[in-house]
Design a protein around this ligand. Structure first.
Ligand SMILES: *[C@@H]1O[C@H](CO)[C@@H](O)[C@H](O)[C@H]1NC(C)=O
Ligand SMILES: *[C@@H]1O[C@H](CO)[C@@H](O)[C@H](O)[C@H]1NC(C)=O
Length: 419
């Protein structure tokens, strides 16, 4: 009877858990990285540059373009297709944003590893666009840390080597939905290996054997144009931070060799964290689990103690001012055109809402934000308003002056100013 009951409980615990708040895990802080495709690729470059103190393991861009490309254009589409947008102003802007502290220190970028990939047949975000990102990055990184892979036969799609294993991918040379293709090239593996160095061989099961769990992208983790639900891939080896802490020491029935009570179990190995950003019309609402389960990341995560975070966009038919005109986000793109705030800068300088929400997710997963994780966190701006204080004031009140890189928005700052 009891045994049967336990079996039922065990069976339930291996199912995909219900959607709930995003949890915190035991993450090595220096192991955080990001990659993305198309609008997610532009976003990956934005995050990797603006929040370089957080994404210490670097970033990867599939079919994306220069940081800050869209700001000074009369039309953001100058940064698409096979155009050659002006790059001098975006380079100058990186320098001035770095100098005035509205993004993390540019010196971080010297040691960052960066992976770039473009398809020679891509007519949506063409080779010329990714070339300009490469040119821009070489101003701030060491050339040997940046790899740029071009695939001769590839269109606009996240490349995989999953020939015949997954139904519904686009042919390698095409630029059509779902924008994930069979190209005989494992893009996810290539970017992860470049960012992390030697990795264990991936799991044969491309979707992985851990759990793909939905979480709420609400409150500080929400923003216009983001869905209510995001997904997180958790391999069996990566446990929740608080489960470990709350585990009682294992007891034995063996009276001869009792465990000393004071000895706690050895801390589990910390895991890595990779943020994977889909392109426009590649959200779960549009293409189901093709990106979050089949783009190739999870198989590598499984065998390398790595959590993969998959934030999700949603169609947003409301129109917003962007850097070049008033438009809606009908294709559910991550924002690289200044649609939801200043999409290249951090929150404390009026940064983009998508970056703010995504960074809050990353910080939550990495346990860098204990208060938000306990569910008590309120929106930073709201707190500041309630206290009648400004970001400038908050920053000048930091007790330690800044020989170190400034950290992104942190609830820990808040604790410092609470009397
Ligand atoms: C892709 O390749 C197929 C087969 O060779 C061909 O029929 C098709 O026209 C190609 N598509 C593009 C966009 O080049
Ligand atoms: C946005 O508009 C499109 C077409 O105009 C429509 O099909 C879609 O349902 C709308 N989406 C939302 C979330 O309102």
């Amino acid at each position: 009877m009891l045994a049967g009951y336990l079996v039922v409980l065990l069976a339930q615990s291996t199912m995909i858990s219900a959607q709930g708040p995003l949890g915190s895990f035991n993450i090595e802080p220096s192991s955080i990285s990001v990659s993305g495709f198309s609008s997610g690729g532009f976003m990956a470059a934005q995050l990797g540059i603006a929040y370089s103190s957080l994404f210490q393991s670097g970033f990867g861009v599939f079919a994306g373009g220069p940081y800050d490309c869209a700001r000074d254009q009369d039309n953001f589409q100058n940064c698409m297709f096979n155009a050659t947008p002006m790059i001098t102003q975006p380079i100058a802007n990186v320098k001035s944003f770095g100098a005035d502290g509205s993004i993390d220190p540019l010196t971080n970028l010297l040691d960052r590893r960066v992976y770039l990939q473009a398809g020679a047949l891509d007519d949506v975000i063409g080779l010329s666009i990714t070339n300009l990102l490469h040119l821009q990055l070489l101003q701030f990184t060491k050339a040997e840390n940046v790899v740029f892979v071009t695939l001769a036969d590839a269109g606009h799609a996240m490349p995989t080597d999953q020939d015949s294993k997954v139904e519904g991918f686009s042919p390698c040379n095409e630029s059509i939905s779902p924008y994930i293709s069979n190209c005989g090239y494992d893009g996810a593996g290539a970017v992860l290996k470049w960012l992390y160095g030697n990795l264990n061989e991936r799991n044969d099961l491309i979707e992985g054997s851990g759990s793909l769990t939905p979480f709420l992208q609400t409150g500080p983790l929400g923003a216009p144009g983001l869905a209510d639900t995001g997904y997180i891939y958790i391999p069996e080896t990566c446990q929740r931070r608080h489960q470990q802490q709350h585990h009682a020491a294992p007891h034995t029935d063996d009276g001869h060799f009792p465990r000393p009570r004071s000895r706690s179990p050895p801390p589990p190995r910390p895991c890595k964290l990779h943020l994977a950003l889909h392109g426009c019309t590649m959200n779960v609402q549009t293409i189901g689990d093709l990106f979050i389960a089949h783009a190739g990341y999870n198989a590598w995560a499984d065998t390398n103690d790595m959590i993969v975070l998959y934030p999700q966009t949603t169609t947003d038919n409301e129109t917003y001012d962007t850097w070049s005109g008033h438009i809606a986000n009908e294709n559910a793109c991550f924002d690289w055109i200044g649609q939801y705030g200043d999409s290249d800068r951090r929150l404390d300088s009026g940064g983009g809402e998508h970056m703010r929400a995504i960074v809050a997710m990353v910080r939550r997963v990495a346990g860098l934000d204990e208060e938000a994780q306990s569910g008590k966190g309120k929106d930073d701006e709201e707190r500041l308003r309630a206290w009648g204080r400004s970001w400038d004031e908050l920053e000048t009140r930091q007790p330690t002056p800044q020989p170190q890189p400034r950290m992104p928005v942190s609830y820990k700052w808040w604790h410092m100013i609470v009397p």
